[in-house]
Design a protein around this ligand. Sequence first.
Ligand code: SAH
Length: 283
Amino acid sequence: MDTIEVTLSVPSLEQDRFIGWLDSWATGFHQTDAHVKAYIPATDWTDALRNRLEARLRADGYSDAVAIERLEDRNWNAEWEESLSPVRVGSFLLCPTDHAVPDEHADATVLRIDPEQSFGTGHHASTRLTLRLLAEAVSVDDTLVDVGTGTGVLAIAACRLGVRSVLGVDTDSGAVKNAGTNVAKNGVADRVTIREGSIDAVPPDTQADVIAANIKLDTILELLPVLRTRLARDGDLLLSGLLTSQRSRTLDGLAEHNLTAVQEETEDGWWAVRCRPDSPRKE
Ligand code: SAH
């Protein structure tokens, strides 16, 4: 049977609600940085459904964001499988539970990540960039706050790097559940606490050695003043989910809060930064 490939030009961090909505018709999804593709049996794809989808996109500010292609009896499922394939990032291999570790990655530190609907599989550059910064920033016995934990991937990676404890927070209840499950699967539940919420769910007296926030520019700039107060004087703040075009705006924001960039990473047009307080804060 033919399949309709519906491509929505919606940025990755906004794709979940369309996936949730199309879930009743689609038999699979494939996400990239700038698009989500839904695969719908041709017999279920109607003009009425298309009109409803377009109206919904318009209401969210995405006009002309739909492209349709008819695929002849194709194995669309392979694309979804691909999105769950293992990803190597430095010494880490992010690998779903039901995938065997490929022989060529026998040397890797394996992180078992089953994403469900959450973000953080390593298929997005912003996760890979944050993992690279994390590997530089974390020392044994450090404490980490992971803001926007998603699948819990950074929290789990940090445990493998030897951190003493992690607090992961996420405003999305699905992510909180998924992170908790992944943390348990990786055997690090004794060191990781996951809470629903944002920086408000991080106790005010926290002085973390490392804080990671892979979210997006506006949210990061909004959270920055409070993030700064939860960071130890010689702590490292890792910011990701940023485009290379947003670099100077971010650096300006950092300067306003007496933070200096000490490491920058880029990949596929995405940018991430590790920064530190300029000097001891005056209380
Ligand atoms: N840390 C993971 C996931 C990043 S995706 C990784 O590096 O891959 C960003 C996550 O931030 C999402 O799970 C989203 O639900 C969450 N999020 C968005 N806004 C937030 C906020 N204001 N506070 C906390 N979490 C937030």
